[in-house]
Design a protein around this ligand. Structure first.
Ligand code: COA
Length: 398
């Protein structure tokens, strides 16, 4: 039984891309007042994948330090959540499984529901661990957020992967039982199979997100969840960081509280530190908010965090986690800051060229320019097969 020890996030690591485009470069190109980006949507820069990076290389880079620290002996399941899938049939997680040398006795699967998928993965992982507390589940959320050039969504692009080791007696965050759920059939953001870039009705997506905040909270309280006052912090899905402020203000109003902007800023500010400079990472976004909160905040031991996971289309979930005393010894703060600081600035023309690259579909042999300096890269495509490689010199910190 796991009743006493709990189940949750034992370790968490994130990775992002080789390149970064500052919003000042985008604003200079399209003539937008930089205040709209820095203040209006709350974004400073966006991670831009190199030609030889994708959801697999980022996912493997995020997960490798977990394997280096804990080994793979207890991992029998890998769940890979993504919106930006690279194959209609094969799970991106199988490539990661191979790159990390995980044991053959593993089940690997990919999950999809826009930006919500990683929360489904986390909940499914908890179910598996509940059945056998000796097992751990590797949850990977990895996405490249891509909108059309010169569209309103362009400023909210980004890319990152978060890897979480889910198990019994976790070192970081215990996930609590009650969840508030909400599904509505809405066309706020979608990406038909024939498109590389997402289609979005921006204002509709904000409205749908806020409706989901209400819907999940209502269900969460009906399921016997904590009262609003029982939370020490809140992590929201952040398609752009201002959305977290909108969502928290909305929840406060819905719960009948008078909203105080300074108080909202205090509650949300620390959770935006990574998303603000990485941009939208879809499935990874809410867990990047958690990473930032744990890395930035004073000691949160014993406090409850409210999580709001939203995936357009739409499915959302509100749930709670309790921060485990002693968690700070297990954080990867230095590595997370390094992942952000190591990115190389790309100018607008360079970003546009990368954005316009398409995946060759002729079945020929195509090698990919060697741009990334990370431990894993997409070396090329041959006979419609993606070929990945691990750099021998690629260093993984446990
Ligand atoms: N200084 C400060 N703020 C400014 C500004 C300036 N010079 N110019 C505009 N703003 C503010 C606006 O007032 C607005 O703030 P508000 O939402 O609090 O009213 C904000 O910047 C955005 O301006 P807006 O005109 O709404 O921008 P937009 O038409 O380009 O759309 C998004 C913004 C986010 C809807 C668009 O980028 C988008 O579609 N993104 C992708 C979808 C998405 O992220 N959806 C979220 C839910 S999943």
């Amino acid at each position: 039984m796991t009743g006493d020890i709990g189940i949750g996030i034992h370790d968490l690591s994130f990775a992002t891309t080789e390149f970064v485009l500052p919003h000042t470069a985008l604003a200079e190109y399209n003539g937008t007042d930089i205040g709209k980006y820095h203040v209006g949507i709350g974004q400073q820069s966006m991670s831009v994948p190199a030609a030889d990076e994708d959801i697999v290389t980022m996912g493997a880079t995020a997960a490798a330090p977990l394997i280096a620290r804990h080994g793979a002996d207890r991992i029998r399941t890998v769940v890979f959540a993504t919106e930006s899938s690279i194959d209609q049939a094969k799970s991106a997680g199988v490539y990661v499984h191979s790159l990390l040398g995980l044991p053959p006795a593993t089940r690997v699967v990919e999950l999809k529901q826009a930006c919500y998928g990683a929360t489904a993965a986390l909940q499914f992982a908890i179910g598996l661990v509940h059945r056998d507390p000796a097992q751990q589940v590797l949850v990977i959320a990895s996405d490249v957020s891509k909108y059309d050039l010169d569209s309103p969504g362009e400023a909210t692009q980004g890319a990152a992967a978060v890897a979480m080791l889910v198990g019994a007696d976790p070192a970081l965050v215990r996930i609590e039982g009650p969840s508030g759920l909400f599904t509505a059939d809405v066309m706020d953001f979608w990406r038909p199979n024939y498109r590389d870039t997402a289609l979005v009705d921006g204002q509709e997506s904000i409205t749908a997100y806020l409706q989901a905040v209400e819907g999940t909270w209502k269900d969460y309280t009906e399921q016997g969840g904590r009262s609003f006052d029982g939370f020490g912090a809140f992590c929201y899905h952040q398609p752009f960081t201002k959305m977290a402020y909108k969502a928290h203000r909305h929840l406060l109003n819905f719960c009948g509280y008078v909203t105080d902007e300074a108080q909202i800023a205090r509650a949300i500010g620390r959770t935006t530190a990574y998303n603000r400079v990485v941009g939208n990472s879809y499935t990874a976004s809410v867990y990047l908010a958690l990473a930032a909160l744990l890395d930035e905040a004073e000691d949160l031991s014993g406090q409850s965090i409210g999580f709001l996971s939203y995936g357009s289309g739409s499915v959302a979930e509100f749930f709670a986690g309790t921060v485990v005393p002693g968690y700070r010894e297990h954080l990867r703060t230095e590595a997370h800051r390094e992942a952000i600081e190591r990115r190389r600035p790309v100018d607008y023309a360079g970003y546009r060229e990368l954005h316009e690259r398409t995946c060759p579909a002729d079945g020929g042999e195509h090698s990919t320019p060697a741009q990334t300096t990370g431990p894993f890269r997409l070396a090329g495509i041959r006979d419609h097969k993606r070929i990945y490689e691990r750099r021998p010199e690629g260093r993984t910190v446990a």
